[in-house]
Design a protein around this ligand. Sequence first.
Ligand code: NAI
Ligand code: MG
Length: 353
Amino acid sequence: MKKYKIAVIPGDGVGVEVINEGLKILNTIKEIHGGIDFEFKTFPWSCEYYLKTGKMMPKDGIKILSDFEAIYLGAVGFPGVPDHISLWGLLLPIRKEFDQYVNLRPVKLLKGIKGPLRTEKIDFVVVRENVEGEYSGTGGRLYQGTENEVAIQTAVFTRKGTERVMRYAFELAMKRNKNLISTTKSNALNYGMVFWDDIFNNLKNDYPEVETRTMHVDALSGYFLLHPENIDVVVASNLFGDILTDLGSAMQGSIGIAPGANINPEKKYPSMFEPVHGSAPDVAGKGIANPIGAIWTASMMLDHLGETDSAKLIMKALEKVTEEGIYLTKDVGGNSKTHEVGDAVNNKIKELA
Ligand code: NAI
Ligand code: MG
């Protein structure tokens, strides 16, 4: 019996609602598989926790989490707590301390889901650099509130950091359709992004089978909409990847569908799995949040843990449910509740197993 210790951080708003559905699915997987066990430990770290304690997580939060194989997180964010507090108090420290330098975000239009674009051929993966670049947290503010006020935010690109995320993207392209786009803006960002391009061009030599392209992020945004069928793998810096993947999630029909993984490929530290969406205060508490992103994310977690068959089973069931179109939440044109979609996927898993 293989046992996985998983830290669960539901967070705020719909984060809690969708993680419940994901856990339901994981428990079913455990039941039907028979050979694996999950030990879930839930942590209340969130904005609500912050309002009570002044911190998003306890001082030794990272140490506590280091004991787990994976972290399954919903979303954090709550009106009244500034977004930079929730991000810098929980998500970013976890990503950085655990060296989760790859943020993997598949963009795929599931069967039966109506996307906003004419084409249905949307199936690619964005590999986003996740620990440095524009989100390195380097900079400062001087003379606050005066007319001499200055704010500096510096992007930091290191050779090691850039190379390893690009290598991951090349390796992924090798396993897929051997096509990789590098996202740049080296016309305007004449240090950081020219460096980014140099590293990419050097790495190409190691992967002669991969067809590559370098595109400016603005042009690539348009390309996402006009020719998504030509995209296989995209590698991007932290900021560019962040923006492109929100665009990608919209292309999937709803941000509620998009999954995400923060990965430490060497498995030296736990990786963190979280849907792309936030806490959605506008729909929280109504029981109508789409759980598909969180369920797909759970599948990515199993894949990372090496349970590929179970990961595939979840995806197969998920896509059967979307294809049938009976149980869908409002954001994708249905009128089912969150738990009804979760139950439908759960039953489908049992049926297909
Ligand atoms: P958001 O993703 O929470 O919501 C954007 C829109 O998508 C809203 O209209 C919302 O109703 C809808 N939506 C999101 N998830 C959905 C789901 N599962 N089902 C159906 N509809 C869904 O982004 P927003 O509004 O920019 O941020 C809200 C809060 O979430 C903020 O406090 C923000 O900081 C936080 N946030 C947290 C993230 C995280 O924890 N990883 C990521 C993004 C935002
Ligand atoms: Mg984002």
